[in-house]
Design a protein around this ligand. Structure first.
Ligand code: ADP
Ligand code: ADP
Ligand code: MG
Length: 664
């Protein structure tokens, strides 16, 4: 076993790898960027080396610097995590050339699986089932059109070098093909520097089911069963679970053996994932087709750890140091059911726009580490930390395990309710919404689940005005009680010596101004009128800081955090926020930006859809920006005429930078 390894990554995955290394008494070296100087992953390792600036290309992608660091610190091996350099065959080769072990597959296997089109040609030879499609090297647009016609619509155009859902275009009919092809190629060249595409039949009611495989240097292979990752937004995973609902023993074995055949075909070593797209036929049968192989540890590997009771990073380290696979296929078993939720800094109601900011509050459920624990949290952040625009938007992964899917689902909902984040927008409430949809609850999974359940997933308000207002008022009253002076006449809470007094409150709630009235009754009792609810209000507090509130006939235990005048309210059923309006404060700060269209975050301008002089209408796409590994469309806030474009495609822009000028 290695004595010391360098972890060439950051965030939760670097912390994850460090935890196993520590358990195995392997010393660790962290690398970090300027933005990560105080990050958890640096603390999680025994030693650390600064790489450079915050942008990945100035730090986590600088592989000469990483290799130097490994040499300088005496590390014997490099764990690449996922993302960054993990699927870079040149880096894997450079490690070998520098006498370091790359904890991953051989460079030749990364290369073979790196391009979707080439890997499909290989898989065809290995008899792994493929989606009907075209994956040839001839990229003549007329030929591509003919191939699409032959395959039959709808088809999916993919960037051969692609990843992260980028460049993918669904084409419904012949007439749309040429335009979709051009737009896929544009995005592919921008994102991957390669505009080669492949075309696949668009599978109906598709499920994404992937198989975890492992190989060692002695020619042994096993599959560690499947994960269902069908719940996706923008072709990116949101919830992942294992085992896949509805999977039969026969199909599991077939898929497992196909995945092992895929790995064997490229002499794979270490952890890898073979992704399949599964077609669900009307008669209930399922067909699976190879999609791609990810030659690294996957974000969602913890669900496999939960159902197998194994530590996959431990397996990676053992295999990389030359040991045989710890277990044989017959020794592997599935226990119970596990689900992972990706907690991301993003705004689901605004097309999942990534969010940045400081984690003023970051509370999470009690978790126990690693395999088969009931609630596990993998994260790389802490309260007070910053979600910066430089890296992807995942804050944490929450993984639960239960005896059955039903139990795991209930536990996930419970655990999500205990995640309190203030300071950065997150998808936590959205995730809870998904769990409650009929589709998810009844395991009717396919990649269109979120789209299909739109009506109950977006723009939801889980708590409602009365409870939100009562919570905010309770927080205010409790704070006043705590600081109240003994002199009742100096109290500002409306108490009056002659009895009943009313105290008005005004709030901003979901973009509207709302009022509430609190009355102080004889004997210290309270009554509250807000919205269509009027009645007694009882409040109390627990030593833990939770607020107990009785209103409208229901008892609630709440956590309320104040961020200036906004109360962030977390209840069992969900969370919301409400802002108190102080009528004495200055009114009139407007946030109108006039005709300015600004970058919502630092990033790169990908393209402009308009030019100076164009007339545009409200909501029309004007420009595409890329930040935090996602593309964002900037839309016109109102009708107008484009006066001037202020940047060119490819330019880096800072947050708030004006992108273009629009005249009314
Ligand atoms: P997995 O397939 O392991 O579930 P993803 O496909 O979402 O996970 O991505 C794995 C990692 O690859 C991400 O965490 C990120 O670091 C990187 N990644 C994802 N999307 C992109 C992208 N569009 N460009 C570059 N890297 C990406
Ligand atoms: P990436 O490298 O971006 O992860 P994949 O080829 O793995 O690209 O596909 C990403 C997602 O796109 C899949 O998980 C699935 O939801 C969808 N998808 C891919 N191929 C097909 C297909 N042929 N038919 C229907 N959906 C597909
Ligand atoms: Mg994929």
């Amino acid at each position: 076993m290695f004595k010391k390894i360098l972890i060439a990554n950051r965030g939760e995955i670097a912390c994850r790898v460090a935890a196993t290394a520590r358990r195995m008494a392997v010393r660790t070296v962290a690398v970090y960027s300027d933005a990560d100087a105080h990050a958890n992953h640096v603390r999680a390792c025994d030693e650390s080396v600064h790489l450079g600036g915050s942008a990945p290309k100035e730090s986590y992608l600088r592989w000469e610097k990483i290799l130097e660091a490994a040499k300088a610190k005496g590390a014997e091996a490099v764990h690449p995590g996922y993302g960054f350099l993990s699927e870079n065959e040149e880096f894997a080769q450079a490690c070998a050339d520098a006498g370091l072990v790359f904890i991953g597959p051989p460079p030749s296997a990364i290369k073979a699986m790196g391009l979707k089109a080439e890997s499909k040609q290989l898989m065809e030879k290995a008899d792994v089932p493929l989606v009907p499609g075209y994956h040839g090297s001839d990229q003549n647009p007329e030929l591509l059109q003919r191939e699409a016609d032959r395959i039959g619509y709808p088809v999916l155009i993919k960037a051969s070098a692609g990843g992260g859902g980028k460049g993918m275009r669904i084409v419904e009919k012949k007439g749309d093909f040429a335009a979709a092809l051009a737009s896929c190629q544009r995005e592919a060249i921008n994102s991957f520097g390669d505009d080669a595409v492949l075309i696949e039949k668009y599978v109906q009611r598709p499920r994404h089911i992937e198989i975890q495989v492992f190989g060692d240097m002695h020619g042994n292979y096993v599959y560690l069963f499947e994960r269902d990752c069908s719940v996706q937004r923008r072709h990116q995973k949101v919830l992942e679970e294992a085992p896949a609902p509805g999977m039969t023993e026969a199909m599991r074995r077939q898929m497992g053996e196909a995945a092992v055949a895929a790995a064997r075909a490229v002499n794979y070593v270490g952890a890898g994932t073979v992704e399949f797209i599964v077609e669900q036929r009307d008669d209930g049968s399922m067909n699976f087709f190879f999609m791609e192989m990810n030659t690294r540890l996957q974000v969602e590997h913890p669900v496999t750890e939960a159902i197998t009771g194994l530590d996959l990073v431990e397996w990676q380290l053992r295999v990389a140091s030359g040991e045989p696979l710890p277990l044989k296929q017959e020794q592997l078993q599935i226990h119970g059911h596990a689900i992972e939720a990706r907690i991301c800094a993003e705004n689901p109601d605004n097309n999942f726009l990534p969010a940045t900011g400081t984690l003023h509050v970051y509370r999470k459920p009690q978790a126990t580490a690693f395999q088969r624990s009931r609630v596990r949290i993998d994260d790389g952040v802490r309260e007070g930390g910053v979600i910066s625009p430089f890296y992807d938007s995942m804050i944490a992964k929450l993984i639960v395990h239960g005896a059955t899917r039903e139990e795991a689902l209930a536990r996930l909902d419970q655990a999500l309710a205990q995640i309190h984040i203030v300071g950065v927008a997150t998808n936590v409430q959205f995730l809870r919404g998904i769990l409650r949809t009929d589709s998810f609850a009844q395991a009717k999974l396919d990649t269109a689940l979120i789209e299909r359940e739109r009506a109950v997933l977006f723009d939801q308000e889980p708590l409602g005005l009365p409870l939100a207002a009562a919570a905010s008022i309770a927080k205010t009253l409790l704070a006043e009680r705590a600081t109240a002076s003994a002199d009742p006449f100096s109290r500002r809470d409306g108490w009056q010596s002659h009895g009943i007094a009313a105290r008005p409150f005004e709030f901003e709630f979901r973009g509207e101004t709302k009022s509430a009235q609190l009355r102080y009754l004889h004997g210290g009792a309270l009554a509250l009128s807000v919205g269509d609810v009027s009645g007694p209000l009882e409040i109390g507090s627990f030593p833990t800081g939770e607020i107990e509130l009785m209103f409208d006939g229901h008892r609630h235990t709440l956590n309320v955090y104040e961020d200036q005048s906004t109360a962030h309210v977390f209840a069992a059923d969900g969370a919301t926020r409400i802002t108190a309006i102080d009528r004495l404060a200055h009114a009139g700060d407007t946030h109108a930006e006039g005709g300015r269209l600004t970058a919502p975050m630092p990033g790169k301008v990908v393209s402009f859809a308009v030019k100076a002089g164009d007339k545009v209408s409200r909501g029309q796409a004007l420009a595409v920006m890329e930040a935090m590994k996602m593309e964002h469309t900037i839309a016109a806030p109102a009708d107008g005429t484009v006066e001037e474009l202020l940047f060119a495609p490819g330019d880096q822009v800072t947050e708030g930078a004006e992108l273009l000028r629009l005249a009314a």
